[in-house]
Design a protein. Structure first.
Length: 389
């Protein structure tokens, strides 16, 4: 009997030990399974988008993937969106927002924003921020302005009349305006029609009065890279890189480049000046020799011979007749005077000599000449030709 009781006790102890072992095994398996599930969930996060932003929401970490969406045309919102449709949101502090795309949980107002933007927009519950896509390239919608522009063609668009307040902490260095807010100040005592919301439903449409000029209305930022500034930013970057390369040259390289450039320029200038001086000197020398040759050229005198080969007889007194190598029609010869010298002896035949009294002493070609009994009257030619009888 005592033996049977001992066996039952041992069996009970074994069952208890087996149960505890099973409990520990189940706990380990559950822990392992939970860790595996969490790891798989993190691994299966959509990685097809371009960038990731971490947002803190009530002691938890929310991993949200941000898309890059192009907006290449100018979006034109309806007239109601440009009239300043204001909403007062209960969270986080009854702030007033213009054209709020998600004023209450599960409710979206999409007509005031481009579909490319609003399709990727997400509002964070109980937070003053939201998740918005990066627009690249970006064209600001109609009724919006470029609130700020960066050197890399990145811009932030705000509704007309609103300024940009950059975020206090930049979450993405490529998007310095992301997390920022557009704002506009009210005037003290200004009245505005506001649609007030709680966390779920519309509560009322009321008249809201600004208590001071510090009261503000807020708006969402549409940020991205401007289409018309991308080419300018690219060319500016190229110019900056070229300037940096030039500035990084060593002093010896810069001096060598400068010396070679100055030598080349001086050589070219010397060649040009030398050519000009040479041409000028050659022209002056040619002109000087030409003038000197003309001055030294001897004058040619026409030789007058007799028809019968006898030596030339004495000329009549009067102006000299000089023959030129090329007489011209405009040449003039002065009229000869009467001959008063001694008459040469007559060497003719039977004809009597010419009466001296009737001798006129001028050329028989003139009207005053009279030829008496002798056609061999001596005369002087006016054209510097032959003289004789």
């Amino acid at each position: 009997m005592r033996h049977q009781a001992l066996l039952l006790l041992l069996a009970l102890v074994g069952k208890i030990a087996a149960k505890e072992t099973s409990t520990v095994t189940s706990s380990d398996e559950a822990t392992h399974t939970d860790e595996t599930t969490n790891t798989d969930d993190a691994t299966n996060t959509d990685d097809t988008e371009s960038s990731t932003v971490t947002a803190a929401v009530t002691q938890s970490v929310l991993i949200v993937t941000i898309a890059v969406v192009p907006l290449t045309t100018t979006f034109k919102p309806p007239a109601s969106c440009t009239q300043g449709r204001l909403s007062q949101l209960a969270s986080p502090g009854y702030e007033i927002w213009i054209n709020e795309p998600e004023p209450a949980y599960g409710e979206k107002v999409t007509d005031c924003y481009p579909s490319q933007y609003i399709g990727r927009y997400t509002s964070l519950a109980n937070e003053s921020s939201s998740i918005a896509p990066l627009m690249s390239p970006l064209v600001c919608p109609e009724g919006w302005v470029t609130a700020k522009q960066w050197t890399n063609a990145y811009i932030a668009c705000c509704a007309s009349g609103y300024n940009l307040a950059p975020p206090s902490v930049t979450s993405d260095s490529d998007r310095p305006a992301y997390g920022g807010t557009c704002y506009s100040n009210f005037k003290s005592g200004q009245t505005a029609t506001v649609t007030a919301y709680d966390n779920e439903n519309v509560t009322a449409t009321v008249k809201w009065i600004a208590s001071s000029s510090a009261d503000q209305a807020y708006g969402h930022v549409i940020d991205g890279f401007a289409l018309d500034l991308l080419a300018t930013a690219t060319s500016t970057t190229t110019s900056s890189e070229t300037a940096s390369e030039t500035a990084s040259e060593t002093p010896s390289q810069a001096a060598s480049t400068e010396d070679s450039s100055s030598i080349t320029g001086g050589a070219i200038a010397g060649i040009v000046i030398g050519c000009l001086l040479g041409v000028g000197a050659a022209a002056f020398a040619a002109f000087w020799f030409y003038r000197r040759r003309r001055r030294q050229q001897p004058q040619q005198t026409g030789h007058i011979g007799e028809l019968d080969g006898d030596p030339p007889i004495q000329e009549f007194e009067g102006s000299n007749v000089t023959a030129t190598s090329s007489p011209t029609a405009s040449s003039t010869v002065s009229k000869p005077t009467f001959y008063t010298g001694t008459m040469p002896p007559y060497r003719g035949g039977d004809e009597p000599p010419i009466d001296r009294d009737s001798y006129s002493g001028i050329s028989p070609l003139t009207p005053e000449a009279k030829v008496l009994k002798d056609s061999r009257l001596m005369h002087a030619e006016l054209d510097a030709g032959w003289k004789g009888y």
